[in-house]
Design a protein around this ligand. Structure first.
Ligand code: HEM
Length: 490
């Protein structure tokens, strides 16, 4: 079998237009090429794991005529994302999402991207992010106030509602109606599934038949999301005055548009694309991270108890008041105050819990790039136009860096381990020039929401409810996440 594989590889390489003999890294070949594709479509995370476990740090396979490489070595990933980033552009997997995101920060390339990043970056610098903390906890506490002991809910939906309201208010200076918020998650799912279909063989034919229900579904979902974004823009335009207090990102974008009369002036469509991108990229990932965190806490009661100990220590009122017996019926947890950004340095274990949850369930589970020119890596020549996949889901389970990788063990994140691990063995936010602009916001938001919720509430997962991955653009729970809420009565 091995020699058959080698023969296939050499003959394919030498029959390429460049007629060079190309050496490929090991990887799966099949006399049934559709089998691999089928596996990828049905279970991409497991397929990537299986290939990597079998073939190592660099592997190769073909989808039709497309060469695909999987990298599972932190240094190789650093080369692609940081050192030699100029030789790579975003791969087709992301290009399809331009149908919704247009030329926003996630999907645009080159000088245009760099210019837009410079305009948007200040909204995500640490001193600005700090100011968003109050909104994060106010909204999280508002959500908890509406919960009832023993109530069952889909915590994924709750997290999407919460984080979409937070990004709208904190960064974009807008309120979205709760009815709009509750539809956003479903609309995003419709769009993500649509993009997945477009990526399948002959997928682009789908768009040529507008009457197909899948096209209609996408159009309607996009229309609803557009409505939210156009409303935000309209409200800001209507209120745009000389007032220097108007500092939110949407005003910054409008100002940038107005002050730039040159040929590079941002068009209204580009403005819409940036706002849509920040709105969507800025909440769905965080919502997934928190959903998986609550799920893991429900499976690991000792971690949950330790987390609560930290919350009591950091947010507890003084011992004297804790021991006062005047209000015996009040659960002690209700005496924990709402956290603030100033508590973050002390909420070390809480942060570790979020970090460890994003190791096992990274919201962005794989990154794709396409080589612009031929690229040398580990003695192989990766030809121009090849696709490179770097999967957080797979790398974060590498036992070389994370012993007992399937174990949810926040304690593994000691200061030493963080400083000793190679930079790209843990990369939930990507890295380099295209790394996540919202990383600081996401850490602050994730940690503060977890602390705000867990000081009152524990969640019990209904074991009859199936938990499965749905890896689309982000890693969602396929059937949502049904939880029973329990008010803490320690
Ligand atoms: C847990 C939460 C989050 C995760 C795991 C996450 C993950 C990522 C990753 C992996 C990338 C790089 C994609 C690539 O290289 O192809 C990225 C880019 C990006 N993220 Fe996030 N993100 C999160 C939260 C946020 C938030 C809160 C915002 C706020 C707006 C945001 C906005 C963006 C934008 C605009 C980009 C594109 C940056 C560029 O290309 O210049 N993300 N994110």
């Amino acid at each position: 079998m091995a020699s058959q594989e080698n023969w296939n590889r050499t003959s394919l390489a030498s029959s390429s237009s460049s007629a060079r003999s190309i050496k490929y890294p090991p990887g799966p070949t099949s006399i049934f090429p559709n089998k691999l594709l089928h596996e990828f479509i049905n279970n991409p995370t497991q397929t990537l794991m299986t290939i990597t476990n079998e073939y190592g740090e660099i592997s190769h396979f073909k989808f039709g005529r497309q060469h695909v490489y999987i990298l599972n070595n932190p240094d190789y990933i650093e080369n692609v994302l940081v050192k030699d980033y100029k030789n790579f552009k975003k791969s087709r997997g992301l290009q399809v999402s331009k149908r919704l995101l247009g030329e926003g920060l996630v999907t645009s390339e080159g000088d245009y991207h760099d210019r837009q990043r410079r305009i948007i970056q200040p909204a995500f610098l640490p001193n600005r992010v700090k100011k968003y903390g109050g909104i994060v906890t106010e909204y999280a506490e508002g959500m908890c106030m509406n919960w009832n002991d023993g109530e069952n809910l889909d915590i994924h939906k709750s997290m999407v509602n919460l984080t979409s309201a937070i990004i709208s208010k904190a960064v974009l200076g807008s309120d979205i109606k709760s009815t709009e918020g509750s539809q956003v998650g479903d609309d995003l799912l419709t769009c993500a599934e649509y993009f997945n279909r477009l990526l399948m063989p002959f997928g682009e034919l789908i768009e040529k038949i507008p009457i197909l229900p899948i096209n209609k579904g996408f159009k309607q979902a996009k229309k609803r999301l557009d409505m939210i974004v156009f409303n935000m823009i309209k409200e800001h335009r209507d209120n745009q005055t000389e007032d220097s207090q108007k500092t939110d990102l949407l005003y910054t974008l409008l100002d940038a548009q107005d002050s730039d009369a040159g040929i590079n002036r941002m068009t209204d469509t580009q403005l819409r694309d940036e706002v849509m991108t920040i709105f969507l990229a800025g909440h769905e990932t965080t919502a997934n991270a928190l959903t998986w965190t609550f799920y893991l806490l429900s499976q690991y009661p000792t971690v949950e108890a330790k987390l609560y100990e930290e919350l009591k220590l950091v947010l507890g009122i003084s011992n004297e008041i804790q021991n006062d017996n005047t209000n015996k019926n009040e659960p002690k947890s209700q005496r924990l105050r709402i956290p603030t950004v100033d508590d973050l340095p002390k909420l070390e274990y809480t942060e570790k819990v979020v970090r460890e949850a994003m190791r096992l369930y990274p919201p962005a589970w794989t990154l794709g790039r396409q080589a612009i020119n031929d690229y040398n890596l580990d003695g192989y020549v990766i030809q121009a136009k090849s696709i490179i996949l770097m999967s957080q889901y797979v790398m974060h389970r590498n036992p070389k860096y994370f012993p007992e990788p399937e174990l949810f063990y926040p304690e593994r994140w000691t200061r030493e381990s963080k400083s000793q691990l190679p930079r790209f063995c843990y990369f939930p936010f990507g890295g380099g020039i295209r790394g996540c602009i919202g990383e600081a916001l996401a850490w602050m938001e994730g940690t503060l929401i977890l602390a705000t919720v867990c000081r009152h509430w524990r969640m019990v997962h209904d074991p009859s409810h199936k938990v499965e991955l749905k890896p689309l653009i982000t890693l969602r729970p396929k059937y949502g996440m049904k939880m029973e809420l329990k008010l803490k009565k320690y």
